[in-house]
Design a protein around this ligand. Sequence first.
Ligand SMILES: NC(=O)c1ccc[n+]([C@@H]2O[C@H](COP(=O)([O-])OP(=O)(O)OC[C@H]3O[C@@H](n4cnc5c(N)ncnc54)[C@H](OP(=O)(O)O)[C@@H]3O)[C@@H](O)[C@H]2O)c1
Length: 305
Amino acid sequence: MTRAIAASIDSLRIGFIGAGRLGQALAWSLAAQGLKVVAAASQRRTSAQALAAPIPGCRVDAAQTLVDDCDLVFLTTPDAALEPSVAALRWRAGVAVVHCSGVTEVAALASAAAAGAQVGGFHPMQTFGDPAVAARSLPGCTITIEAGEPLDATLVALAERLQCRTNRLPPGMRARYHAAAGYTSQFINVLFADAERLWRSWGASEAQAVDALLPLARGTLAAIEAAGIARAMPGPVSRGDLASIEKHLQALVPFGDEACARYRILCRATVPLAQERGAIDAQIARRFEDLLAQPSVADRDPSGR
Ligand SMILES: NC(=O)c1ccc[n+]([C@@H]2O[C@H](COP(=O)([O-])OP(=O)(O)OC[C@H]3O[C@@H](n4cnc5c(N)ncnc54)[C@H](OP(=O)(O)O)[C@@H]3O)[C@@H](O)[C@H]2O)c1
């Protein structure tokens, strides 16, 4: 058993290799909880300095020095660099190395495991854009942990210290799990971009659009939290209002086929949700589905050209 990892998390010497958005936010969050983040390494020294600067006693090191000095190493490089980074370093029994990817298997760290290191996954289901903003949004989020003992218990204790929930995945589910996360992270950006394009058409700025749309999005999220996905769904389909959807479809024509097609797909997906909450019956649902079906080429161009 690795003594250091089995010990209290307060005595662990923690290092970060890869000082980007997630690395900075996680390092700062662990340090703010009194944990010993003692070293940072990155491709560029300036990135490691940016991670280390706000943490008292945190040094900028070469990656190998960091591995030799730490009990727990967070490898927070981009996914493609995980395997080569681990393979380029010397590992030992008594050290643990953890990646924070949602989609890459823990097996990417196999070369460290072969040298006796403990390996694991510690994936926070959160968006890490601006590191300071991300650090504030970490409490309350879910961290998916994958490791053998005693590292597993250490990672659970770290997640709890960060005031996060923990999640486990059955083997082979990482890609599906990571795809699921995309719906409520980057796809929200796509929805905002579509809405913002409409706002711009009457001369509004992106800032004005975001100011107006964010409270609406927050209200939708609060309603989902309170009532559930289907029961909380707002909008004309949830009221059986076909006429409003017809007006939307006409209004979107100047924005092109792709914008219209995406609106139809998204709006169609609201129909079964409205049915699930009992807001519309099968007959109304059918009328929505007919209205929202993708038009054929002939429908779009009556001349047939
Ligand atoms: N961003 C998110 O929302 C998010 C959410 C959950 C999980 N993750 C996971 O977190 C990990 C990091 O993602 P990120 O978004 O923080 O990426 P990122 O912002 O691009 O940061 C990656 C950092 O690693 C450094 N780096 C690249 N190659 C390296 C190497 N060979 N050795 C040492 N450092 C290297 C980069 O270089 P420089 O030193 O040149 O800056 C950069 O600072 C990924 O596994 C990702 O899947 C990200």
